[in-house]
Design a protein around this ligand. Sequence first.
Ligand code: MD6
Ligand code: FE
Length: 201
Amino acid sequence: MLHLKNYFNESEQQALVELTRNIAKTNGGMTIPVMPTGSKFNCSQTSCGLVGWLSDRHGYRYSKINPQNNQPFAAMPAELVEIAQHLAKLVDEPNYQPETCLINFYAAERKSKMGLHQDNTERNLIPCIISISLGDDCIFSIGSNRSRKDPVTDITLRSGDVLILHGETRLAYHAVKKIVPGTSPLLKNNGRLNLTIRQVY
Ligand code: MD6
Ligand code: FE
């Protein structure tokens, strides 16, 4: 795991927020998906790139079509491709292909969190996942890649931080334990945005 604190400065963070707004607009907004269990996520989501990540009663999957508007997802902005390829080189993945970016928004007013999970919907589970945090601080728990019952370590992800799960940690269990409201001035109404860039195939 590689945690780069304050990797993006304030104006870069603002540019990333603007970029996600444009993606959401192109996609016809963000949605709060349901899990296969039928319960709702505690955040709203959308994606950009070749495919987008979807969750519904049938399970988790990647799709070329956004069910929100029956169109392809917004293209991955060139800036994001460049950022991802640069970051992937830092973990010795020079041939990284950023194919999708999942955007999660956690509203400040809700007690937003995300349960312990492994990211394993991708067809290729080798390439790293690059995560960018924007807005309020998040207490992020990370455990082992063997069992969800293994102990977790809590780290704080702050606005502008990058977290890369690669190698051994690519399939580590992780969770968003808590968002700490009002800890960043970046987003007008507080809350937290998280971008996770992935190579799927
Ligand atoms: C979040 N992130 O930070 C949720 N997954 O809001 C994730 O679930 C995640 O940060 C894979 C790799 C990095 C992550
Ligand atoms: Fe995840």
